[in-house]
Design a protein around this ligand. Structure first.
Ligand SMILES: [Zn+2]
Length: 86
C-alpha cells in the first residue's frame, strides 16, 4: 500500500495538479493501475471531473494540502475495494 500511495501522489502531482495538465480529460487510462481505477471511481481522473465533483477551479494549480486530501480519498477507496487494510 505504501507503493500504491506513492504512485497515487505522483499521478496527482504530475497529471492533475498543474494548472493546465497535458491531455486533460484523457490523462487517466481506464486500466493498468489500481490508482487509475480509483481515480475514475472517485471522479479524480481529470480536471473536468475535479471541477464538477470536487469544486476544484480549472486553470489553477492544485495546492499540496488539497492533493493530500485527494490521495487520502483514493487510498480509502482502494483499501475498501481490495477488502483488506493493506
Ligand atoms: Zn474525468
Amino acid at each position: 500500500m505504501e507503493t500504491i500511495r506513492r504512485h497515487a501522489e505522483d499521478f496527482i502531482r504530475t497529471r492533475l495538479a498543474p494548472a493546465n495538465p497535458p491531455n486533460d480529460g484523457r490523462q487517466t487510462p481506464m486500466r493498468g493501475h489500481p490508482v487509475f481505477k480509483a481515480q475514475h471511481a472517485c471522479a479524480c481522473c481529470c480536471r473536468g471531473c475535479l471541477a464538477k465533483w470536487w469544486k476544484v477551479p480549472r486553470g489553477t494549480e492544485i495546492p499540496p494540502e488539497r492533493q493530500v486530501r485527494i490521495v487520502d480519498f483514493l487510498m480509502a477507496w482502494i483499501v475498501r475495494e481490495a477488502g483488506c487494510s493493506g
